[in-house]
Ligand binder design. Structure first.
Ligand code: 6GU
Length: 262
């Protein structure tokens, strides 16, 4: 079966970039089944309302859990081609909830997701909230809803966006490139930073002298060992300056390895 991700949003047009580039190609070549839905399609009132005032007061509006649950359930309806009768996708669903209060999204999270989605019995749904977020009882209810495998509340980082759509784009791009058959050269996945837990070294191309700015001499020396040492050194220096916590984690992981050897 094809890995499947459904995205639900009140701004489905926000997800238009999923037609482009590597993700767009993965879709048209059948490597991933991505479907975008309008949350308002499952509303039942004349105003198609998806939100209400917060209990306890405060600014903004809160998204209604009943509408969201219906939308997630509706994604199971599956129409292999537009002329066919709809059938129900039998797979368990992994619900991904983008929120600035979530667990930080990491390369390890993406790798886990890619593995999970590559298995034939799971699909994912991403719920793009807006306003002040979704009524917290949605996650509670999902946790004991049959057919729901797990719920992950995930954050892109410590800053505030207006809604989950940009996070959904980030999650999808990050996962799709890890799916089997999507990247031509799997070495570029293994080599990049965060598989190897250091920031990447700087890269250069022709001309060797660009308007007086020269490429580091070691890179044109033809000495492969020296190039590797230089890249490792610059990556370490860069990581120490820009992401000191990352380097400390690496040092701790290294100590753990030594402890196990004792
Ligand atoms: Cl996942 N959502 C929103 N609204 N803001 C964010 C975020 C997510 N991650 C960082 N900021």
């Amino acid at each position: 079966s094809t890995p499947r991700i459904d995205v639900v949003s009140i701004f489905p047009e926000y997800l238009a970039p999923l037609d482009l580039s590597l993700v767009g190609k993965a879709r048209t070549s059948g490597l991933v089944d991505l479907r975008v839905h309008d949350l308002r399609d499952v509303t039942t009132d004349r105003h198609r309302s998806v939100d209400d005032a917060p209990f306890g007061g405060g600014a903004g509006m809160v998204m209604r859990p009943d509408v969201w649950l219906r939308a997630i359930e509706a994604t199971a309806q599956h129409r292999p081609d537009p002329s066919a009768e709809p059938t129900t996708d039998p797979r368990e669903v992994l619900v991904l909830v983008p929120t600035p209060s979530g667990v930080p999204l990491t390369q390890a999270t993406l790798a886990d997701l890619a593995t999970t989605l590559a298995s034939p019995d799971v699909r994912a749904v991403i719920t793009c909230g807006r306003y002040e977020g979704i009524d917290a009882r949605l996650v509670e209810r999902l946790a004991d809803t049959p057919g729901v495998r797990a719920v992950h509340e995930l954050s892109l980082g410590d800053y505030v966006l207006n809604g989950g759509e940009v996070a959904a784009l980030a999650m999808i791009e990050g996962v799709v490139r890890l799916l089997p058959g999507v990247l031509g050269n799997p070495e570029s996945v293994v080599e990049e930073s965060f598989s190897q837990p250091l920031l990447e070294y700087p890269v250069y191309t022709r001309p060797a002298d660009w308007d007086g700015l020269e490429v580091p001499a070691v890179l044109t020396s033809g000495h492969h060992g020296a190039v590797q040492r230089w890249r490792r050194d610059v990556a370490l220096t860069r990581t120490a300056r820009r992401r000191p916590a990352l380097l400390r984690e690496l040092a701790v992981a290294d100590l753990d390895v030594r402890d196990r050897a004792v």
